[in-house]
Design a protein around this ligand. Sequence first.
Ligand SMILES: *Cc1c(COP(=O)(O)O)cnc(C)c1O
Length: 507
Amino acid sequence: MGTMKINPEHEFDGQLSINPSSSRLLDPEEFRRQGHMMVDFLADYFQNIEKYPVRSQVEPGYLKKILPDSAPYKPEPIEKILEDVERDIFPGLTHWQSPNFFAYFPCTSSTAGIVGEMLSAGLNVVGFSWIASPAATELESIVMDWLGKMMNLPKTYLFSGGHGGGGVIQGTTCEAMLCTIVAAREQMLEKVGRENIEKLVVYASDQTHSSFEKAVKISGIKLENFRIIPTTKDTEFALDPKSLSRTIEQDIKSGFIPLFMCATIGTTSTTVVDPLKLLCEITKDYGIWVHVDAAYAGGACICPEFQHFLDGIENANSFSFNAHKWLFSNLDCCCLWVKDPSALTNALSTRPEYLRNKATDTEQVVDYKDWQLSLSRRFRALKLWLVLRSYGIDNLRNFIRSHVKMAKHFEQLVSIDERFEIVAPRNFSMVCFRVSPLALGNKQVNKFNMELLESINSCGNIHMTHALVGGVYMIRFAIAAPLTEYKHIDMAWEVICNHANAMLDVN
Ligand SMILES: *Cc1c(COP(=O)(O)O)cnc(C)c1O
């Protein structure tokens, strides 16, 4: 009774008691203070975002020169850290949320997306199995059905469809592709015998995103068995069903086993749409698993006028798109639907004793750990739920349509200037263009356009990136950053013209 318990904190060297609030990992009042400060910091950032060069102008290694070699031993105040963010980190940022960002594909934020991330980070639950946070699993299944209905996906992909299908939120398309290849691989090997793994063949076009190649590399499929079907200008660089059919026939004759095909709705270089319906008519006969990758363009498919691009998906096996690209849901949020989730879970499930529970054992629940690569998973559904509820389907469609309208406006600006040309059909909110050979006399066309792009990007007013398709170097102008308005499109065009003028006059 008489022995006094010593609080270990009192034995410490006294440093911690100087600032008791920051010495606790999660002090509610200190969190409130810093949280408000951070929101103000970001709100100011969005207000001032146009002041910064859109593409970072630093040299490699710039940060190592200005930051200390070691982490501090003593606590530092958030005020000081935020000052350093502005002084040291901001110059090394490419400002993806800038209204003048037209590079790559957009990675769209929104107020709902950001506060959704915040809520998810604050709760910080790990929903690997249902029991580990039932709401995390159940909300995910519900929002994936909501979203599937918004895109008019066939019922066979939805939990509510009653055919066993369903959706899951993963981090990236690459993960979704890897999981589906592995699901298809296991399904096939069970049928044909494991010794035949060397004979499995996968198909894609030369316009398919490199994340598919990465997934194939990891999947254990032989890289020599990755058939990259060349595309041509004749089919506007879409995967040609006849070439696919010929390649499959040849493979079968040579004793290979066709396993998997990746079709793309909205390729990364030029937003080409592969003819899904025709492709699936071919693959159906061979039992090939078809994955549909709509990483960017999938967002547009919440609008009825874009849903025809998904015709044929009823004969595919899986479909994914990144809601963080063009559905305002902040990185990361890749939505994947599969018709037959048991193919995924057969390939990916593990049942360690320490995760056993009654709900799992009775198989009444979804355990999303068996639908993905990792065990632990974030509560991303919360973010998507906030985005869908905060804006509503009508507004989300309006956002998409406004981006498409701005792209049409830009397309028009380019078309009426005879020094420029549009070099790929515009399907969504991206325009591919270049200075036309006619305006360049005997100058090298690709080289000129490459230099034009670099000249524009180094000035920092706007940021665009390029593609090289069929030997043509083109500048990509992708619209969807959340702050972009018509005036930014007009300003961008002015910047492009000014740089082109200067280069055309000088030489
Ligand atoms: C962006 C993109 C990807 C890559 O997505 P990750 O989520 O980064 O893996 C894949 N396919 C297409 C068509 C893309 O545009």
